[in-house]
Each structure stands twice: as C-alpha cells, then as structure tokens.
Unconditional design. Structure first.
Ligand code: GRG
Length: 303
C-alpha cells in the first residue's frame, strides 16, 4: 500500500466532510457541533474510500464526482452514527473511541442519541436533496438505486439487524452459534462495506453482472475486516487502536475466535481476502491497483 497516497486521499475526504455540515443558525449550535465532533474525531474513512475507488475504477478519474461525493459523505455519516450509538451506555458503554472521548461523554448522553439521529437523517437529506435537482433520468435512476442500497444495508436487514442480534446475545441470553455469528457479522460489519463497493459501481453505471461481483467482494472484505477486528481486540495494543481492548473476553462475548481459535482465525482472514481478490480480478474492467492494495491493507491493519 502506498501510504503517502492513502493519506492524501484520506485528507481529501476529511476536507470534503469538514465542508459538509449544516451551518449554525440560531438554536442548533450544540447539535451541529456534536455531529461534527463525531465525524471529525478521526477514522480511517475506508467506506468512502472504497466507494470512490470503485467508482473511479469504472469511470476513470476526472469525471463529474458530485453525486459520488454526496454518497461518500452520507456513508461516513451513517458509519459515524452507528459508532456513536454503539458507544452509548445502553450499548457498549464506551468512554473512548479513536483515541478521543466518545460523543456522549463529551456532550452528554442525550446528545449521543441526538447526534446519531441527526447524522442518519442528514445523510438521507443530502442524498434526496441532490436527487431532487437531477434532470437526467438515467442519473436519477442510478442515484435512486444507490440510495436504496444504502438504506437497505444500514437498516433492519443490514447493520441495524446485525446489531440487534448482537445486543440480544448480550442482554437476552441468546445462544450464539455459527449461524447467529454469521448473521451478526454480515449485518453489523459487512453490510456498509459491501454497500460501499456496490454504490461505487451503481453510480459509475456498471452492468448487473459486475454489481454481483462487487457484492461478493464486499461480503468477503467485510467478514475478513470483522475477523481482523476480533483478532485486534484479543491481541492489539490499546494505544495504537485508540480504544479499550480485551472487551470481548471481559464480556465473555462469542466472537469468531471462540469458534475456531486465534491461529485459524488468522488463516481465515487471509482466505476470505483471497476470495475477495480473485472476485476482484474477474471484474471486466481495468483494475484499480490502489483499490486492490486497500483490500489487502484492511487485513494487515493494526487499528
Ligand atoms: C448502533 C445501529 C447501530 C449499529 C452499530 C458499527 C456497529 C454497529 C458497532 C460498532 C462495533 C463494531 C466492532 C462494529 C464492527 C464494525 C467496525 C469494526 C467498525 C469500526 O469501523 P472502522 O474500523 O472505524 O472503519 P473508524 O474509526 O476507522 O471509522
């Protein structure tokens, strides 16, 4: 992975996000500040990066990226909202994220809830606002399809669904077997990663067959990413990760490692990633080497 190029692209995404928030008017300063704090507290930005690089792989660089940028922003807002809500006292009760205080610790619990609500709604507002101004029917159709993919993957059959079963496993004594674990990982982690590949493809106007391949890549990368997250929770370093580690063991939580052990989990991260890479190689387009490297980086990451 070309780290310099990665950092440059992340910096560009940070600038785009910085400029995306509503302006303060009379009484909305605190809610907008809490949204901004949650999104701008750092983060690897891998979802918007995946979306952008997938789009560019099919469309080339230098085409109009206006709509793409709106979806990248919305995706990062939704990802941030999920982290803010996941950190709340009723969920993971976390005090630190990305090396900083979590939103509810900084602004109060009510604003943890409200910042998440505001981010989710603003994400959809930004997209629908853009769509309302589209004149070209093909562009509008693609945006509607991408909007649906985003909402579906963030919702009951995606991230919220996975998180719901995860919460039940902790609070309702639901027994977690492999089927339950797969459902949790597919939803809570893979859904948004998958949607990032697919939306990049839809906005670039790719054929249905390639969309199916992008879905397969996203699923593989998403699962590998979550297993790597489990590995980092068991073996990673708090300082590097910017959050507490060893949580899964403390909470006696079933993870991928509970089923296969650490060594097999490491091998499985590699094989899921290899599966994703071979799907990537089968796409009918000139390959984006940066995107290929990004997929590999996600399993080599230390945070
Ligand atoms: C509250 C609806 C709702 C959902 C929460 C995202 C999530 C679902 C829970 C967070 C806990 C967790 C381990 C989720 C798995 C996905 C994951 C590893 C998220 C962290 O993503 P990164 O590493 O975060 O991309 P950064 O900080 O880099 O943005």
């Amino acid at each position: 992975m070309n780290k310099e190029l990665f950092n440059k692209k992340v910096e560009e995404i940070n600038l785009m996000l910085e400029e995306s928030f509503p302006l303060y008017s009379r009484f909305d300063k605190k809610i907008i500040e809490s949204m901004k704090y949650s999104v701008m507290a750092g983060g690897k930005r891998i979802r918007p990066l995946i979306m952008q690089e997938t789009y560019r792989m099919f469309k080339g660089e230098g085409s109009n990226e206006d709509t793409l940028k709106t979806f990248m922003t919305a995706m990062e807002y939704i990802h941030s909202y999920s982290l803010v809500h996941d950190d709340l006292p009723c969920m993971d009760d976390a005090e630190r994220r990305r090396g900083k205080l979590t939103t509810h610790i900084k602004f109060g619990e009510e604003f943890g809830v409200l910042a998440g609500d505001a981010l989710l709604n603003t994400a959809y507002e930004l997209i629908s606002n853009k769509m309302a101004r589209m004149r070209d029917i093909d562009e509008l159709r693609a945006a509607a399809k991408a909007f649906n993919v985003l909402a579906y993957n963030a919702g009951v059959h995606g991230m919220v669904g996975g998180q719901s079963l995860d919460v039940q496993s902790e609070k309702d004594d639901l027994e977690v077997g492999r089927n339950e674990l797969d459902y949790i990982y597919d939803g809570k982690t893979a859904a948004l990663i998958d949607a990032s590949f697919v939306i990049g493809g839809i906005l670039a106007g790719v054929k249905d067959n390639d969309i199916k391949i992008l879905e397969a890549i996203g699923k593989g990368v998403g699962i590998a990413f979550q297993i790597q997250d489990d590995i980092l929770d068991a073996t990673g370093d708090e300082k590097t990760l910017g959050k507490d580690v060893g949580n899964d063991e403390k909470l006696d939580k079933k993870t991928y490692l509970s089923f296969v052990g650490l060594e097999q989990a490491k091998k499985d991260v590699v094989s899921y990633t290899e599966g994703a890479l071979s799907a990537f190689d089968s796409l009918e387009c000139e390959k984006n080497e940066f995107l290929r490297d990004l997929i590999v980086y996600l399993i080599d990451r230390e945070k």
